[in-house]
Design a binder for this molecule. Structure first.
Ligand code: ACO
Length: 339
């Protein structure tokens, strides 16, 4: 049994993001390449989704490998050593193994202390916001000091590459943040709103492979272990729920939408982001958008975009950022951050 060396600081006033990092595998799959494999076209994909290309991890490149790369970059940005992390949460729907948690593999690969709490969160595309909120609450309790929160996916392993209605949408990647305590109540994670519409599970799910329908040769043959989605219904719900969640958190904090400097939305489809911008009456340039280069990377989408937005100078000290997500479950959430 490792001896616990966990610090017991007084409960901090708030939690701040101390660093961000991201990783995208080198393999690029363009719309033109997809068009050679199936009945689709660059024009169809770009017009309906805004996606031009996506990254695909190699066979030897696991979810935990990508998570480690993003986490190492976030630790370097935060100027913290792995030894200073006492909480690791990995948001993913594509764990290396069904059991144990990918967080344990990331812990070992990064050399985090054996006294660090490590677990996974499964909330699909809202997973990073669920994990971030959990980490901030745990740090806010005063019982943990520095958390690594990672959103990572190897969705290329769970899409049906013969189904043109879904496979063109998804990609692989990772993003990470380091979270720590702050004595300034008006800086850091100001608040979150999380929720779920569980009656809609079958709009977006993987029917086979779980305990309800364990893998059989027949289920494998039927492709039951890949993503099934009712695209039109998901689209409509995504727009409505993300808009409502954004309005809800703004109202909770007495803010108007035009006071947000940068919105970092879940990157599923450019048309979904455009619709939200329209409903919130915000210009599209207030949104950070990279869906064209990565497609939908589920739990990795927001932290990957957040890191790119910071590195591109789109988020500066003092800025107010709104994160808003929607995913399978159907889960949703929003978060407000003052930098
Ligand atoms: N290439 C060419 N044609 C296609 C393709 C394709 N890749 N995919 C579908 N089509 C065809 C359809 O077969 C259909 O043809 P038909 O009219 O002859 O039947 C036609 O294009 C229109 O299809 P629709 O499904 O009506 O297209 P739509 O405009 O709804 O766009 C899309 C589809 C892009 C999937 C859209 O519904 C969408 O983005 N939905 C939300 C998806 C999403 O965000 N999912 C993830 C959210 S949560 C998470 O991230 C896990």
């Amino acid at each position: 049994m490792p001896s616990s060396s966990r610090a017991k600081p007084a409960a901090p006033v708030s939690t701040v993001i101390l660093g961000t990092g991201s990783f995208a595998p080198a393999g690029v799959l363009t719309n033109a390449e997809l068009s050679q494999r199936m009945d689709t076209s660059d024009e169809w994909i770009v017009t309906r989704t805004g996606i031009r290309e996506r990254r695909i991890a190699g066979p030897g490149e696991s979810t935990s490998d990508m998570a480690v790369q993003a986490a190492a970059a976030a630790l370097a940005d935060a100027k913290l050593a792995p030894a200073e992390i006492d909480l690791l949460i990995v948001a993913t729907i594509t764990p290396d193994l069904t059991m144990p948690a990918t967080a344990c593999m990331v812990q070992a690969k990064l050399g985090l202390p054996t006294t660090a709490a490590c677990f996974d969160v499964n909330a699909a595309c809202s997973g990073f916001l669920y994990a971030l909120d959990t980490a901030c609450a745990m740090i806010g309790s005063g019982r943990y000091r520095h958390a690594l929160v990672i959103g990572v996916e190897k969705l290329s392993t769970i899409v049906d590459w013969t189904d043109r209605t879904t496979c063109v949408l998804f990609g692989d990647g990772a993003g990470a943040v380091v979270v720590g305590p702050s004595s300034k109540p008006d800086v850091g994670l100001l608040g979150t709103r999380l929720g779920a519409l569980g009656e809609n599970v079958e709009l977006l799910y993987i029917p086979g492979g779980g305990s309800a329908a364990p893998a059989t040769p027949e289920s494998l043959k039927a492709g039951a272990h890949t993503i099934k989605m009712k695209g039109k219904e998901v689209f409509k719900l995504a727009v409505r729920v993300m808009e409502e969640s954004a309005r809800d958190i703004l109202e909770q904090h007495g803010l108007r939408a035009d006071q947000i400097d940068c919105v970092v939305p879940h990157q599923a489809n450019l048309r979904i982001i455009e619709a939200i911008a329209q409903y919130l009456e915000l210009p599209l340039d207030r949104f950070f958008i990279n869906v064209g280069r990565y497609g939908n990377t589920s739990a990795a989408s927001i932290p990957l975009a957040l890191d790119e937005a910071r590195r591109a100078g789109r988020i500066k000290n003092g800025d107010l950022t709104l994160l808003v997500a929607f995913g399978a479950g159907l889960t949703y959430g929003s978060a407000l951050i003052r930098w």
